[in-house]
Design a protein around this ligand. Structure first.
Ligand code: SAH
Length: 514
């Protein structure tokens, strides 16, 4: 079928989206918007996989063909895949590292789409040069040091025939940024010096810029190649040449983040991990997701639906998890009603995160205990509930503190299972391998059941690292006790029983290290 015949049928749209240089926070709003509406995401090897969490679509990595050979896909194969997916009516996001039109072959993809008659849009991204410069504290232009900046490919060998004029580059009155130049750094520096650029010109090589693995090595044209080899820098790396590199010491900020470079295992269920993972990134850490349980709807909604009709008969409604809030309120909304169904019932939550979840539905918690645990909730609730009707929106599993304690004060407690937590039988294999190789600095344990589940799913090779290279942070004394019972050593314990408290405990441990 020809392109012109296709245009009349429902052809999908393709968005060529710049993913930015690595930090997931550097995706544009438009980029996130496109990801949210995509049916298929084709992403390349430089893209941070955390960005895929903005999308519910099928995602395929295009830099390698699946399978043992792991062959690198040719550009024409990628173009073909884009075109075929669009022809089949799919909305496709082609997610590319940095900016799609800077050394990214995005324009070739656009040309192929145009030729095939497929509607497309291009969303710019933050290119590696600006991302790396800003995150290392270098301003690529400067009133005193650099009136211009040039983005240069380092892919071409300057000692062989090249489209680049190194004499002109040496005279360029500003900053030179070389992409793809790490493996030719010696030749590039040599060619610039031979063309007359002073040997003392400052150079900074930045690898894995804007990520928790960012490393920057500074030197001069004369010694940078040696320094970069000695530092064993990894790809992707960028080479910044010019006087502006000198400002770095004054304008550094990123590497000073409190958890910079720490690799942190987050054993939260998939459905709940996003906020925690993004917060870890914000603190400078690299999150590794380790879901041990999954959250599922109750086996039947019958009982929940029945209770939703009589919510206003309760004096108190108690939520002990964010999931419980979303499950009950989500079901209420689906049933065609809204928060007026609560009548005058008062609301209690176990902690601030659960209260924040209620706020999303414009509901304010009347009671949040000072200490975020079931005992404290029961204690603070007790004076209010004698002879009253209390509804507890709970998980299929959990501790029995509330029923026992509230019965003691004569409350009538109705337990309503609004979601199930089910054990998974394995950790994601790539994450498990990272633990087995000792790559994690921390694992945060945020509940007794997560501690028990993790102990069940970790292999002996993984457990060997625990307590020393891979430290365990526990959210509360109850969690620490459960962890120790199943043989997990706890290195630090949070004083505030939230994930933020876990991060704080890690920060303190790092700051205290001699
Ligand atoms: N379209 C991309 C560039 C693709 S070319 C962009 O606009 O950024 C690939 C090169 O980009 C790498 O060889 C490296 O030089 C550079 N690069 C990409 N991401 C980088 C990162 N996080 N840190 C350092 N350099 C990076």
């Amino acid at each position: 079928m020809s392109a012109s015949q296709r245009t009349n049928s429902a052809v999908g749209r393709v968005y060529l989206v710049g993913a930015g240089p690595g930090d997931p926070g550097l995706l544009t709003l438009r980029g996130a918007d496109c990801l949210a509406r995509a049916d298929l995401v084709l992403y390349d090897g430089l893209v941070n996989p955390l960005l895929l969490r903005y999308s519910h679509a099928l995602a395929e990595q295009t830099c390698r063909v699946d399978g043992p050979e792991g062959r690198v896909l040719r550009q024409d194969e990628i173009n073909r895949r884009l075109i075929e997916a669009a022809w089949s009516g799919k909305t496709v996001v082609r997610l590319k590292g940095g900016d799609p039109f800077i050394f990214g072959r995005g324009s070739e993809e656009a040309a192929a789409l145009s030729e095939a008659g497929i509607p497309f849009e291009v969303v710019p991204g933050i290119t590696a040069a600006t991302g790396a410069a800003v995150y290392t504290g270098i301003s690529l232009t400067h009133r005193d040091h650099a009136s211009a900046v040039a983005f240069v490919t380092g892919h071409e060998d300057p000692t062989k025939s090249t489209s680049l004029d190194y004499n002109a580059l040496a005279k360029f009155p500003g900053t030179l940024v070389f992409y793809m130049g790490l493996h030719r750094l010696g030749a590039i520096a040599q060619s610039l010096m031979e063309a007359g650029k002073p040997k003392s010109t400052p150079v900074c090589v930045v690898s894995r810029a804007t990520t928790p693995r960012q490393r920057a090595v500074t030197g001069t044209l004369q010694d940078i190649a040696e320094l970069a080899i000695a530092a064993e820098l990894h790809a992707p790396s960028l080479v910044i040449v010019g006087d502006c590199v000198r400002q770095r010491e004054q304008a550094r900020w990123f590497e000073g983040r409190p958890l910079f470079g720490q690799v942190i295992g987050i054993p939260r269920p998939e459905e709940q991990a996003d906020d925690t993972a993004l917060r870890a990134v914000e603190l400078g850490a690299l999150p590794v997701l380790l879901p041990t349980i999954e959250i599922a709807p109750p086996e039947s909604w019958d009982e929940v639906d029945a209770k939703l009709l009589s919510l206003r008969e309760f004096d108190w409604i108690v939520f002990t998890s964010v999931n419980g809030v979303h499950a009950l309120l989500g079901r209420l909304w689906k049933s065609g009603r809204d928060m007026r169904a609560f009548g005058n019932a008062r609301l209690a939550t176990i902690g601030p995160s659960t209260a924040a979840a209620l706020e999303k539905y414009s509901l304010r918690a009347d009671l949040i205990p000072a200490e975020f645990r079931a005992e404290a909730l029961a204690r603070e609730l007790s004076p209010h509930v004698a002879g009253k009707k209390v509804l507890w929106a709970r998980a299929s599993r959990g501790r029995d503190v509330l029923p026992v304690e509230l019965a003691k004060v004569g409350a009538t407690l109705t337990q309503l299972v609004v979601y199930q937590n089910r054990d998974l039988d394995q950790l994601p294999s790539s994450s498990l391998q990272q633990i087995e190789r000792g790559e994690l600095d921390w694992i945060g344990l945020s509940s007794p059941s997560i501690a028990r589940n993790l102990a069940r799913l970790l292999t002996d090779d993984a457990k060997n690292w625990l307590g020393n290279k891979t430290k365990l942070a526990s959210i509360s004394p109850v969690t620490s006790a459960a962890a120790r019972e199943v043989g997990l050593p706890i290195n630090v314990e949070a004083t505030d029983y939230t994930w933020e408290g876990l991060f704080d405990a890690m920060k303190t441990a790092i700051a205290d290290k001699p």
